[in-house]
Design a protein around this ligand. Sequence first.
Ligand SMILES: Nc1ncnc2c1ncn2[C@@H]1O[C@H](COP(=O)(O)OP(=O)(O)OP(=O)(O)O)[C@@H](O)[C@H]1O
Length: 299
Amino acid sequence: MADSILHIKNAGKSRGAMRVLEGVSLNAEPGQRIALLGHNGAGKSTLMKAVLGLTTLDDGRITVDGARPGSAHARTVTAYLPEAVAFHKSLTGREQLTLFARLAGSDMAQVAGYLDRVGIADAADRRIGTYSKGMRQRLGLAQVLLGRPKLALLDEPTSGLDPISRHELYAIIDEMAAHGTAVVIASHTLTEVEARTDRIAILRDGRLVADDTLDNLTLRAGLPTRLRVRAHGDAAARIADETGGTRVNGVSVDLLCTPDRKMAELRRLSAMGEAVADIEMHPPRLEDLYRHYSKGDSQ
Ligand SMILES: Nc1ncnc2c1ncn2[C@@H]1O[C@H](COP(=O)(O)OP(=O)(O)OP(=O)(O)O)[C@@H](O)[C@H]1O
């Protein structure tokens, strides 16, 4: 698409005899938050490195804001947060970020504001060698923010962070996206990306096996929704009998129904009147979808 910041077309790469990327096409538009998922060794880091210009492709083409990965323009508009951020241990957080601002030609007056934004203002004048992993991760995020990138690549950004820090990090990612940055997040933490991304891309053995919104992936997978029906009095046996569901405890019955059968099933339950006290719906989670797409159930 013309207004994509990141265009990946048919990316292919071999390492020795192994094909680590094959026919991968992916676009990222301004303001989009894309989760890049895949098992260990699926090719996520290789793809990110190719976008950063740190490794070359054997086939296909990548452009970043119209430029070649690794070119001066692509580097200016791209920010990268590696999983394990490495800094000069002897510098303070403020010195490191000021150094980065100078190198990147960013506004140095904003350093304090970014340190505050990521929650390490109090530790700004301590040496990075004394920081916890989470604090280094926050400093890395400040560095990403300071570059005001059009494209941010975040590799497992929440690893090493406690639950509150994770929540704060996603709030910052949301803000970046709201300001137009396209954010690609490689992650294994499905519950987080489920709620906080616009699109899910799944790599399996170097191939992209899914790339869509969570809703569309759910529809296409056709995985069942679980209906948990709570019975009134002793009606559970009757409900299980009439619906073919499974009794799960004294008063409830579980029914699995595909998306196209869901409304019919609800109408049938509703026609049972007083026998049904309550119905809880449990649609498939990203975890179920991930398993479906990454294990090849989709083909
Ligand atoms: N420098 C390298 N030399 C040889 N093979 C490599 C190199 N880097 C990666 N590979 C191989 O390429 C494949 C893809 O690796 P990659 O690191 O891209 O996967 P990943 O999806 O990022 O995995 P993880 O979730 O474990 O970080 C793997 O089989 C890996 O062994």
